[in-house]
Design a protein around this ligand. Structure first.
Ligand SMILES: [Zn+2]
Length: 385
């Protein structure tokens, strides 16, 4: 038995330099669950002899273990299954909003082990870096094997000559910030940064409802409207880090203002626009949800408009990319319950007449999911995906 636990001495070991095939095999097991050697060899198009070397490396690093035998195929011959060892390593995920810091520690399979949230003391870059450092110091004693961190936030983040740059984040008032490098300097472990919607899309694509799909779309509704796209198994970034910007798509030129123009998706579907349409001081989003559930006409009308805007978006996404699945989630997910009929009618009106059926997957949402997206970003970075 050559298996060595990655954290047998209770200290964090750096992520090892794995070869491309090792990383692919590990990803295969992470996304699709336990598999036999023969299956993985077939999937990766390699001989079983080569695969034996690959799995030995993964077993030696403590990432993978051999599981119980199961009977397979017509011959009924037993086949040893390889599976990921979830406790091989831990990862830190962070989500920054304009006001708060959400943190989660997960295992290698993105299962949350601990979470923490606190208000941001300030939006100054140095202060936020220091605060992330303090949160790490607080979580590390219970999770000494945290191997890498991923930070996600609303904004444009690009890879420029190997350096990840937050080009712009309106909520934080940041421009051209090399957050990953700054936080890496403080934590002493690899740090990746990514747009929050793309991080969440990747999390659903690896470990969630879209696991293993070649194509999927994820729509988030809430304070803002986000769209993440997976095409040919990859999360789409775009040439300038600005892919899938649909939040200001036009629904009705005579509609209410969003701040920039009239009648766009944001002017109907965001939580703030739903509240604003009631023109009643002192209401917040939760109150409007309650009003609509209790049959208040104005609140129901606001959600009806929001549902229509969502339907236009869903149909547009389906017409554009023909995904296997469209996931809808986010803190404004109540619209799918309160305005289901309006949403479905708009989908029917706007979808292509010969389009394929649309598979919708409406997911309940907890805010901690955003931070988990950060942890998945850290896992993907270690695997260089
Ligand atoms: Zn707009």
């Amino acid at each position: 038995m050559t298996s060595a636990t990655a954290h047998s001495n209770g200290e964090s070991e750096p992520w090892p330099a794995l070869g491309g095939v090792e990383r692919q095999a590990l990803r295969e097991l992470l996304v699709h669950g336990p598999k036999s050697r023969a299956e993985i060899a077939r999937q990766l198009g390699m001989s079983r002899a080569s695969l034996t070397r690959v799995t030995r490396t993964l077993v030696d690093h403590g990432f993978v273990a051999e599981g119980a035998a199961e009977l397979r195929g017509a011959t009924g011959r037993p086949s040893e299954l390889l599976h990921v060892r979830p406790d091989a390593r831990s990862f830190l995920g962070i989500k920054l909003t304009g006001e708060d810091l959400f943190a989660v520690v997960t295992d290698l399979t993105a299962k949350p082990l601990a979470s923490h949230e606190e208000p941001l003391r300030s939006k100054a870059v140095d202060d936020v870096v220091a605060q992330i450092g303090e949160v790490y110091d607080r979580l590390k004693p219970s999770h000494p094997d945290i191997t890498a961190a991923g930070i996600c936030l609303a904004g444009d983040i690009v890879d420029a000559d190997g350096r990840q740059v937050v080009v712009e984040s309106l909520f934080l008032g940041w421009y051209q910030v090399e957050l990953a490098e700054l936080v890496r300097g403080r934590l002493g472990i690899p740090v990746a940064t990514e747009n929050d919607v793309r991080s969440l899309t990747a999390a659903e694509h690896w470990f969630g409802v879209g696991a293993g799909f070649g194509s999927m779309a994820l729509l988030t509704v809430g304070a803002g409207i986000g769209l993440g796209l997976v095409v040919d198994g990859k999360v789409l970034t775009g040439a300038h880090g600005k892919s899938a910007r649909v939040d200001h798509q036009l629904v009705d030129p005579n509609g209410p203002p969003c701040g920039g123009h009239r009648g766009c998706v944001s002017s109907y579907l965001t939580n703030w626009s739903i509240v604003a349409s009631l023109r009643t001081p002192g209401l917040d989003y939760e109150a409007v949800v309650d009003l609509a559930r209790n049959g208040d006409y104005a609140a129901m009308a606001a959600f009806g408009d929001a549902g229509r805007a969502l339907g236009v978006l869903v149909a547009t996404v389906a017409n554009t990319m023909d995904p296997e699945k469209i996931v809808i989630t986010g803190e404004g997910i109540a619209v799918t319950e309160l305005a289901r009929a309006a949403m479905e009618a708009a989908i029917e009106t706007h979808r292509h007449p010969t389009g394929a059926p649309i598979t919708l997957d409406i997911q309940p949402f907890e805010f901690g999911e955003w931070a988990r997206g950060g942890a998945v970003l850290a896992i993907r970075s270690c695997l260089q995906f």
